[in-house]
Design a protein around this ligand. Sequence first.
Ligand SMILES: Cc1ncc(COP(=O)(O)O)c(C=O)c1O
Length: 397
Amino acid sequence: MRLADRAKNISPSPTLDIDARAKKMIAAGEKVINFGAGEPDFDTPEHIKEAAMAAIRMGKTRYTPVGGILELREAIVKKLKVDNGLDYTTDQIVVSVGAKHSLYNAMMVLLQPGDEVILPAPYWVTYLEQIKLAGAVPVIVQTSQENGFKLTAEQLRSVISPRTRMVILNSPGNPTGAVYSRDELLELGKVIEEYGLVVISDEIYEKLIYDDYRHTSIASLSPALKELTVIINGMSKAYAMTGWRIGYAAAPAEVAKAMVDLQSHSTSNPTSIAQAASVAALTGTQEPLKEMVAEFRRRRDYMLQRLNAMPGISCSTPHGAFYVFPSIAGYIGRQYKGRRIHGASDLASLLLDEVKVAVVPGVAFGDDRCFRLSYATSMENIEEGLNRIEQFVSRID
Ligand SMILES: Cc1ncc(COP(=O)(O)O)c(C=O)c1O
C-alpha cells in the first residue's frame, strides 16, 4: 500500500535504537539501569485517583464539550491567574489528549506550508516532527552550554526572515532543564513583538523548578505578547499523570476556536474521567507535588556532583524539569577497545553494551556532544548507574 508523503517524512525517533535494545536486555532479565525515563517515577496522588473513581460512579462517562468540561476550563483559568498573573476566559482554553496533542492542534491551525519556525536546539524532538507535519520549515538555532542552553535575542533576530512565522520556547526545557529568566524573556519578547511572531510557549515543566528560580510565562510580559502566544501546559509532569493524557492550551479566542474545531474531527473530547481527575489535580492539595520536587532536587544535586567529578564530563546546573544534560566532549575522538567515539551516540551505545546503562544521546535533541539522563528514577538506581558510568569512562583510551 502506498504511503502518503506526510507519513514518509516522519523520522523514527533517533532514541529508538538504544531504547529498543535496553528493553530487550531488561526483558531478558539483565539489570539495566535506565536513565531514559520521560515521566515522574511517582504514582498519581491518591485524591486525584479518587476523583476519577467518583466520576465513574457518578456516570460522568459520556461525551463532554470538545474543548473540555467547563469546570476544568475554569480551574485552568484560575491557575493561569494565580500562578502566572494571566487573565484568560474559558473560551480561550482548549483541553486536549495530552500537551503533545495541544501542540499538534496549535501547529496545525497556525502554520502554512513554507512558513519558517524557529526552534532552539537542543529541542524536544516532537516539535521538529510536528513542524514538518504541518508542512512548515524548521529553522534550528544551536544554543550552547555556556549560554545555559538558552536562545538569546540576538540569535533570534539573526535568523528571522520574511517567512518566519513562529518561535518555540520551552521553559523549563527538555532535555536541558534550562529556565529562562524574566529579563531574558523580556529581551526575546521585544524582538517577537517587533516582528509579530507567534510564540508557542511550552510550560509543561513549570512546577518542576528548583533553587530560587521562578517560572515566568512570556505571555504575562505584555498584552501584545499575550496576543501572540499560545501557552501549552498539562497534567503529565506536575501531577505524575502521564497516562491520563490531559494537556491544555491557552490562546487568543479565534485560535482556541480553530483548535476546538480541528479537535472536533479527530479525538473529540479528551476522556471525561481524566478531565474530572484533572480538576482535582488543579484544585486539590499541592503537597504531593512539593514532596516530588524536593526529591527531584535531591537527586539532581547528587547527579551533578557525581558527573562533574568525572574527568571529560561537564554538566551545567539545570534549574527545572528532571533531566541533566552533560557534555561528554572530553571523550569525543577517543577509543574504547578499538571502537572510536565520534559523539554521544557512540558513547551511549558503549555504555549500554559494556555496563548496561541506558542514556539518551543528544543527537535526538539536535546536539550529539551531550546526553540526557533523567533523574525520574530511584536514588538507588542513580547511584548504581553513576558508579557504572564512572568505572566505564575511566577505561576509555
Ligand atoms: C517539553 C515537553 N512538552 C510536552 C510533553 C508532552 O506531555 P504530555 O504527556 O502532556 O503529552 C513532553 C513530554 O515528554 C515534553 O517533554
